[in-house]
Write a protein that binds this ligand. Sequence first.
Ligand code: HEC
Length: 219
Amino acid sequence: MSRSRNALALGLAALALLAATGVAAQTPARHGIGRAATAAEIRGWDIDVRGDDGLGLPPGKGTVEQGEKLYLQQCASCHGEFGEGNGRWPELMGGHGSLTSEDPRRTIGSFWPYAPGVFDYVRRTMPFTAPQSLSDDETYAIVAYMLNINDLLPAGAELDAAKLRAIRMPNRDGFLQGDPRPDVVAKGEPCMTNCRKEPVRVTSDLARKLGVTPNNRGN
Ligand code: HEC
């Protein structure tokens, strides 16, 4: 074997070694930093409740009456005493029959399709300035009160996971089932040009009424 062949073999071996070390260096455990999350830490993040069937709802309960007190202390300043909304803060009740109008009012009673989603949302995000400060019992109580002001739970009621799952929200069937986008439902090649058969029709002129759509050039 010539000297140059030997040098080549040695060089290749060195390259292979470098590549192997490179792969090993990408394995996080070898960096010697961080540690596995503890069960308690994972529990702290694992708070989701599935919106429709309520999978993950915690044990606990609360009454409309308890909820009213908590709501007045922690929520009414923004959402109004009866969920009517203070100023421009979101309203949480009413709005029935408005969804197809020019001024749709999307509230718990008019818009939300499933009651467990309300629990998930409130426990995760509210009060706005102190999210995740409510206990499970407090959340059940506040949700009970909000369902009550939407005429979905009687004033003397107590709410728990089973009762929350059993509530049928008025807008339960108001959402499209499946994904209606043409490129998802179309079989074969999706249409990419001149796909609309009829001319485009303006169905709401709210933008013009509000004066945000210029009607002449130069406006
Ligand atoms: C400082 C004002 C403030 C306070 C206090 C507050 N919220 Fe809210 N809330 C908001 C804002 C702002 C939103 C809209 C957030 C968004 O769309 O991202 C909201 C949204 C909501 C919604 C969703 C409304 C919808 O249908 O889209 C619910 C339900 C709700 N809040 C409940 C509560 C409850 C219960 C409390 C008391 C525990 C509370 N909020 C306290 C400001 C507040």
